[in-house]
Write a protein that binds this ligand. Structure first.
Ligand code: DSN
Length: 478
């Protein structure tokens, strides 16, 4: 697409929207302006390509397509079949997977589809077999009771939230922690790293049906070969949630023991983080689980979003191009430059650095909670999110950490020099912010004090850093 075509496409689209509800058109334009102006360091965000964005805004949105390619519960799905099959083909080729299911609307949905597929495949439940053999009407009340009893109370072992795992890996308040008898593994308190011997010990004791690996806030590689050996040693299904690092797998930065696809029975992901596609999810698996995974909709998911599947096909095609590997490597190089810059200035980093796309700063070293640090950085034009650190004394709301990631800034083209400058800006804000007090004068975990002149100066420097790297340079909405 020529630059002129991009600009025309977005401007025309906004003009049409403006004709109906101008406030929506204004909000869309304002979002682009805000994203252009802020130093976006949220580890789970990125900037999708214009082609990916444009593939979503069309009449595919109007089509119901429950079922899978060639086996739909609705007529007239021939064009949806085309884009779903294309997205799945690109995913299979990109990741070397034998089966790809591209319907999940998010990473959480993808995980639910995987849990369902594993339960249906692994749990010996005559009632479930009967139900799946389409003999639902033959099931008695006693059968349904047996089915609930047989599927319930299965065991899941996943990484704990404060060690960097995801809510859906068995966190108690999440549905995964309620539907499974759950236990979690943490990290070594001294190093912050996964201790595989302890994971193996926990697996031996607990004997989970599912062993989950993957993370939202762990700044290191995971050895999936070892994790698979642990799963095999206790007869567990090995599931990897690669939502955060799918782009690094796609770009062949994570290979061998660190590529989950050859090692896991089932892999889930989002498509919008380091993979740089539209918001959505995906499941990859071998032939054993494929049939159950394909029942995701309507067993687990609402109707598929064909317009998003079209955008997934576009983004996955982009990720198969050689320049994506270069992008993926630069994400990691930038994260390491950012980590080095912070360490040199005295910051405390969980695990002492990174080998993926994210860095976790323990801001208790600056005397702050994560919430105070997040807001002070935001005041200064730096967008991050607070995150628990291992054994966090401040819990999941206030936290003691700030998670920063480089996929988005790398898309804009920033490199090692700008990462060092970013480290300087972050350190300046954090070292000049102090905890505040509540209305009663008591210490507050939320209030903070930062000289507005410092925030303004850092904000200006952040904007200057971005000036040579315009976001969507071809798109002019004025
Ligand atoms: N919300 C995503 C993240 O920020 O990591 C995970 O669900």
């Amino acid at each position: 697409m020529s630059r002129n075509a991009e600009s025309t496409a977005f401007r025309s689209a906004l003009e049409v929207v403006r004709g109906v509800e101008p406030r929506v058109a204004d909000a869309i334009a304002a979002e682009l302006a805000d994203q252009r102006e802020s130093l976006k360091l949220i580890a789970s965000e990125n900037y999708a390509s214009p082609a990916t964005l444009l593939a979503m805004g069309n009449w595919f949105s109007d089509k119901y397509a429950e079922g899978t390619v060639g086996r739909r519960f609705y007529a007239g799905c021939q064009n949806v079949d085309t884009v779903e099959a294309l997205a799945a083909e690109h995913a299979r080729e990109l990741f070397g997977a034998s089966h790809a299911y591209v319907q999940p609307h998010s990473g959480i949905d993808a995980n639910l589809v995987a849990f369902w597929a594993i339960l249906a495949d692994r749990v010996e439940s005559p009632a479930l077999r009967k139900a799946q053999a389409r003999q639902v009407n033959d099931l008695t009340e006693a059968d349904w009771f047996a089915l609930r009893r047989e599927l319930g109370n299965q065991r899941m072992l996943g990484m704990s939230l404060d060690a960097g795992g995801h809510l859906t890996h068995g966190f108690r308040p999440n549905i995964s922690g309620k539907m499974f008898d759950q236990r979690s593994y943490g990290t070594d308190p001294a190093t912050g790293l996964i201790d595989y011997d302890r994971v193996a010990e926990a697996a031996r004791e607990f004997k989970p049906l599912i062993l989950v690996a993957g993370y939202s806030a762990y700044p290191r590689k995971v050895n999936f070969r070892i994790m698979r050996e642990i799963a095999d040693s206790v007869g567990a299904t090995f599931m990897v949630d690669m939502a955060h690092f799918a782009g690094l797998v796609a770009g062949k930065v994570f290979t061998g023991d660190f590529d989950p696809v050859p090692h896991a029975h089932i892999v889930t992901t989002t498509t919008h983080k380091s993979l740089r596609g539209p918001r959505g999810g995906m499941v990859l698996c071998g032939p054993e689980l494929a049939d159950q995974v394909d029942r995701g909709c309507p067993m687990v998911l609402g109707g598929p979003l064909p317009h998003v599947m079209a955008a997934k096909a576009v983004a996955l095609a982009e990720a198969r191009r050689p320049d994506f590997a270069d992008y993926a490597q630069r994400i990691v190089d930038n994260a390491q430059a950012l980590a080095d810059g912070l360490l040199r200035r005295g910051a405390t980093l969980v695990t002492g650095g990174t080998d993926n796309h994210l860095v976790l700063i323990d801001v208790s070293g600056y005397g702050l909670t994560g919430r105070q640090a997040e807001q002070a950085l935001l005041d200064s034009g730096i967008v991050t999110n607070r995150n628990s650190v291992p054994q966090d004394p401040n819990g999941a709301w206030y936290t003691s950490g700030i998670r920063i990631g480089t996929p988005a800034l790398t898309t804009r083209g920033l490199g090692a020099t700008e990462m060092d400058a970013t480290a300087e800006l972050i350190h300046t804000v954090l070292s000049q912010t102090t905890p505040g007090t509540g209305p009663d004068g008591a210490p507050s975990k939320a209030k903070y004090v930062l000289d507005p002149a410092v925030a303004e100066s850092v904000g200006k420097q952040a904007a200057d850093l971005l000036t040579p790297f315009p976001l969507y340079p071809a798109v002019d909405l004025t």
